[in-house]
Design a protein around this ligand. Structure first.
Ligand code: FAD
Ligand code: NAD
Ligand code: ISD
Length: 460
């Protein structure tokens, strides 16, 4: 026994929400589309304070296996970026339903009511445990078979665990990861339990930097540990990194670079009390936040679809090696025309736009061209806000005032400007940067570019 849909989206994260909105814009009929997501969170008494419908979550079981005083909540798609930012604020923190998709792109907010009104079936709290792309069926963990004509894979990624690097202790109650709402609730609980305490943040990437800033805002003392010579090593130059690290230092954040953790000290209650590093040092800890990268959730499709760059390979229409299956978001490795190569991007703008493009290719194939995407990343920490466009390849030209509020950089590869970074710009500045980077202008004189700085993008 099972259900059949014309379109099934597997995964209920950012890409799924934006795909759903696009399906309705392109005229999907009630009953044709289904979203399957395993995401759940646990909330103590929340539903007693405010009806679940107002919280934008669906409470399917009360008094469940977690604990007899709480509820298990099945969460429709939301803007994941909020979890390291607004969600962790000490005052007036962001809570659902305020950040359901698609508010992050200033579009409609898709609440549970919205899905109901549009006849979109939400199968939540449900893990898909196998997929047969030849038969066009999915099997859920509760034993239901769901069949489709067209499948969109939007399974995103999972956080890498310390155990994968030979360190145990991830299950200690004061060790936190941050991928989904359940993780974010745990971070909030742990912050509240250790007010004024010491946090060790493992990893100097996006999660590390954004969480460290939020922990400081919560008056937690933070030490960051990472193996590279500077933070955000995948994107920042040493000069850009030093600008932000200087500010973090001024807020009391300590950096321990060039080493990784080797073990935890764990007390008889199962709580981590200290972090031991490979360089022999020991950091006392009331809480630990781990952000050491992700792995795309591809396992259901290994041996069935072509994989590349750790993700599911798609063409410029987001179509996988099987014509009836599309892939979008973090899990998709797609051709970036501008750079002539396949890339897998782990950022929200790409999740939103690949989702939209896939739906266009499915619903209006004749009107949909090959995807032509300019990579775009951003972050917001403390009062900082930066944007990056393009590719961080080649020679770097820094501009702006590195002791002031506006800093920037261009990347020049094979004589062309291919990437740009700006902190503290206006809307118009960022638009100019994006437009210029997409044009890949020839750069004859790097010294001149350095002198012009942001002015170069504003006059192209
Ligand atoms: P996800 O949003 O991860 O959604 C995947 C969904 O699939 C999940 O709901 C998952 O439960 C479900 N799923 C997976 N496997 C199964 C299965 N077998 N059965 C059922 N369901 C399944 N990017 C930015 O550009 N800017 C930011 O500021 C930013 N902040 C971030 C903050 C945090 C805390 C995190 C974790 C990420 C952030 N990102 C940010 C990255 C961005 O959120 C991701 O790129 C984006 O969420 C990817 O969307 P997605 O739909 O591909 O995957
Ligand atoms: P990341 O790839 O940004 O950073 C991983 C970091 O882990 C590296 O910088 C490195 O310092 C560290 N590391 C690697 N191996 C380690 C080890 N053995 N011990 C200690 N440190 C180690 O990944 P992340 O910060 O975990 O972020 C997870 C995902 O969330 C990424 O896809 C990221 O793009 C996304 N995210 C994006 C944003 C944003 O775009 N603003 C914000 C938050 C999260
Ligand atoms: O892009 C984003 C982002 O950074 C967020 O915090 O989307 C969310 C929403 O803006 C939250 O409302």
């Amino acid at each position: 026994m099972g259900r059949a849909f014309v379109y099934v989206i597997l995964g209920g994260g950012v890409a799924a929400g934006y795909a759903a909105l696009e399906f309705t814009k392109k005229g999907v009929s009630p009953g044709e589309l289904c979203i399957i997501s395993e995401e759940t969170t646990f909330s103590a008494f929340k539903s007693a304070v405010m009806p679940a419908s107002e919280l934008g979550i669906i409470v399917l079981k009360v008094h469940n296996e977690f604990d007899s005083y709480g509820s298990r909540e099945y969460v429709p798609p939301y803007e994941r970026p909020a979890l390291t930012k607004g969600y962790l604020l000490p005052e007036a923190p962001a809570r659902l339903p305020s950040f359901h998709t698609c508010v992050g792109a200033n579009e409609e907010r898709l609440t549970p009511k919205w899905y109901k009104e549009h006849g979109i079936e939400l199968v939540l709290g449900t893990r898909v445990k196998s997929v047969d792309v030849r038969r066009k069926t999915l099997l859920t963990a509760v034993g239901e078979t769901i069949s489709y004509n067209i499948l969109i894979i939007a399974t995103g990624a999972r956080a890498l665990k310390l155990e994968e690097f030979g360190v145990s202790g991830s299950d200690a109650e004061n060790v936190c990861y941050l991928r989904d709402l359940a993780d974010a609730n745990r971070v909030v609980d742990v912050i509240q339990s250790y007010a004024g305490g010491n946090a060790v943040v493992i990893g100097g990437g996006y999660i590390g930097m954004e969480c460290a800033a939020s922990l400081v805002t919560n008056r937690i003392n933070v030490t960051m540990v990472f193996p590279e010579a500077h933070c955000m090593a995948r994107l920042f130059t040493p000069k850009i990194a030093s600008y932000y690290e200087g500010y973090y230092n001024s807020k009391g954040v300590q950096f321990v670079k060039g080493t990784v953790l080797s073990s935890f000290d764990i007390d008889h209650n199962g709580k981590v009390t200290a972090v031991n590093l490979r360089d022999g040092s020991r950091l006392p800890a009331d809480m630990v936040v781990v952000g050491i990268g992700i792995r795309p959730n591809t396992s259901l499709f290994e041996g069935q679809l072509t994989l590349e760059k750790g993700g599911i390979k798609v063409n410029g229409r987001m179509q996988t090696s099987n014509n009836s299956v599309y892939a979008v978001g973090d899990v998709a490795a797609f051709p970036v025309k501008l750079f002539g190569e396949t890339r897998r991007l782990e950022h929200v703008d790409s999740a939103r736009k690949t989702a939209k493009h896939a739906v266009g290719a499915i619903m209006e194939p004749e009107k949909t061209d090959e995807f032509d995407y300019l990579p775009f990343f951003y972050s917001r920490v403390f009062t900082f806000s930066w944007q990056f466009y393009g590719d961080n390849a080649g020679e770097v030209v820094h501009f702006g005032d590195y002791s002031g509020k506006t800093i920037g950089a261009y990347w020049i590869s094979k004589g062309q400007l291919v990437g740009s970074f700006l902190e503290g710009g206006t809307k118009e500045d960022y638009e100019a940067l994006a437009k210029t980077t997409r044009l890949k202008p020839a750069i004859d004189d790097i010294t001149e570019l350095e002198t012009q700085g942001l002015g170069f993008a504003l006059t192209v």
